[in-house]
Design a protein around this ligand. Structure first.
Ligand SMILES: [Zn+2]
Length: 291
């Protein structure tokens, strides 16, 4: 009996300590994110450096849009680099609360660390996209065959947990890293590339606030609407960082706090998209290319 209570106390203590560690970098997730006024949004520039597109917003964010090439107004939320033992679950909780689906762009070596998280993603109706096994730029961009092999390894990890493979992939860093020899080989093997056209810029090593993530996404969506395309939004749930490090350098700290910002910004982003009449779709073979 005493032993049982001791174990229970240790579990409680461990949970408290975990909370303390995360709260060190946490931004209050309950804090209300106030959208920028249209005037401010018009003046701001979204730095979409991830996809090489600088966008300037010059339309009324409150106005409902019609979209001829995206008549059902699909929007795709995508989360890269997981599954992650902490942040993926927080994001799944938010998606469940709103009753919406998203696409998780998963890395093979993260699946091996967090197979239960991958199971939960699939069980809750979200889709998986192959993001290579290693996510190691030096390796995967050394040749098309190495890249293909890394995709196959990731598919082995996915299949070991879910029983099936996926044919849609996202190149780490984006499709612009691939030339025609990559695309030729990958399409021969049945793979289809998916990029993004709206970035949250949540990998900024200088750190990014929930408000900045919210505004980056909203401004990007408004820009994509003008092009009559379906927004494919890039965010991150994963971290490739070893949290066991004794001391974290500032860039690493910022990377972690950026994930906290993602979690804090997500409800506001979802509510904005719902307010504009979007349907939350998951990426499949019919999903139009980002560009
Ligand atoms: Zn990635």
């Amino acid at each position: 009996m005493i032993h049982k209570y001791t174990v229970a106390s240790l579990v409680v203590l461990a949970l408290l300590l975990t909370g303390a560690i995360y709260s060190a970098t946490a931004i209050d997730p309950l804090a209300k994110i106030t959208p920028q006024s249209p005037a401010v949004a018009q003046a701001s520039t979204t730095d979409n450096t991830d996809n090489g597109h600088q966008t300037k917003v010059d339309i009324d964010p409150q106005a409902k849009s019609t979209n001829s090439n995206n008549p059902v107004k699909n929007v795709y939320l995508t989360f890269d680099d997981g599954p992650n033992s902490h942040y993926t679950g927080l994001i799944l909780d938010i998606l469940k609360k709103y009753g919406i689906r998203a696409s998780f762009v998963v890395v093979g070596n993260a699946i091996e660390k967090n197979p239960e998280v991958l199971k939960r993603i699939v069980h809750e109706g979200h889709c998986l996209i192959n993001h290579t096994y290693s996510h190691d730029y030096k390796k995967i961009y050394s040749s098309p065959w190495v890249f293909l092999n890394d995709l196959q390894l990731c598919n082995q990890s996915i299949a070991s947990v879910t029983g099936s493979t996926v044919t849609i992939f996202r190149a780490p860093g984006g499709p612009s890293n691939l030339n025609n020899s990559y695309f030729d080989l990958l399409s021969k093997h049945g793979y289809k590339s998916i990029g993004w056209n709206v970035t949250s810029a949540d990998t900024d090593p200088k750190g990014v606030s929930p408000e900045a993530i919210y505004n980056n996404v909203i401004n990007g969506v408004l820009e994509i609407e003008k092009m009559h395309r379906a927004p494919i939004i890039l965010m991150h749930d994963g971290t490739e960082i070893n949290l066991g490090q004794a001391t974290l350098d500032p860039a690493v700290r910022n990377y972690i706090s950026n994930r906290e910002s993602d979690v804090a910004a997500l409800p506001g982003i979802i509510e904005f998209l719902q307010g504009r009449g979007y349907t939350f779709a998951i990426v499949d073979a019919q999903t139009p290319p980002a560009w």
